[in-house]
Design a protein around this ligand. Sequence first.
Ligand code: BGC
Length: 259
Amino acid sequence: MRHALGIDIGGSGIKGAIVDLKKGEFSTDRLRIPTPQPATPEAVADVVGQIAKHFSEELGDGPIGITIPAIVQHGITRSAANIDPTWIDAEAEKIFEERLGRDITLVNDADAAGVAEVRWGAAKGHPGLVIVTTLGTGIGSALIHKGELIPNSELGHLEIDGHDAESRAAASAREREGLDFDVWATERLQRYYETVEFLFSPDLLVVGGGVSKKADKFLPLLKLRTEIVPAELRNAAGIVGAAWLAADRLKNPDVLIKK
Ligand code: BGC
């Protein structure tokens, strides 16, 4: 199997592309459609349907992987920190499958990005414990040990000093509060990453999300014993990771995960 379709559902846009699974790169242009408002499962499924249709010729009967910024347990979305509350306990995978008339694989957005970084990006081939965090509206996390993803880690919601961590350390908190990069790094990210380091002792921390383009403004200010590096696949990571996870599931079907 050489190609799969990856679709990344975000707060403002839903993006898709065909992914070359050998190279971990797009083999078509990316299509972006604005996220419908309100972004209910049915409304989002319509847009996902349009994207799948657009790529149907290139995809053939190849796999489809979809990301969402929520806990995804056995196809059911279990949280909605920064998305429409109607996703909580929605049979999301089933809703997409009914809309598309075929099987899909639904995964958490940060898990998808993390898998892509470990296969093709900043943590390529890493043999230890890698934690990939994405700093955006929220904080997403992927916990990957010896190449194996432990899904739905949700380390953005660690409670630190009485706060939901992402409410203070996400990129959106920096913007909302007008913090300079150095203040954000030393007063927010330092506390966040030292807590993650203490609790999990990772071998490598990877920082993704749009703000990672400016990593030189904040990562060098952090004092940690763990190596911390910017993500490399940037905004392709979610699409690439989702495509790979969908293909991987076909090779290794998991009766628990696939109902
Ligand atoms: C959500 C996660 C998501 C992250 C990044 C958090 O608020 O709880 O599921 O991965 O944001 O989008």
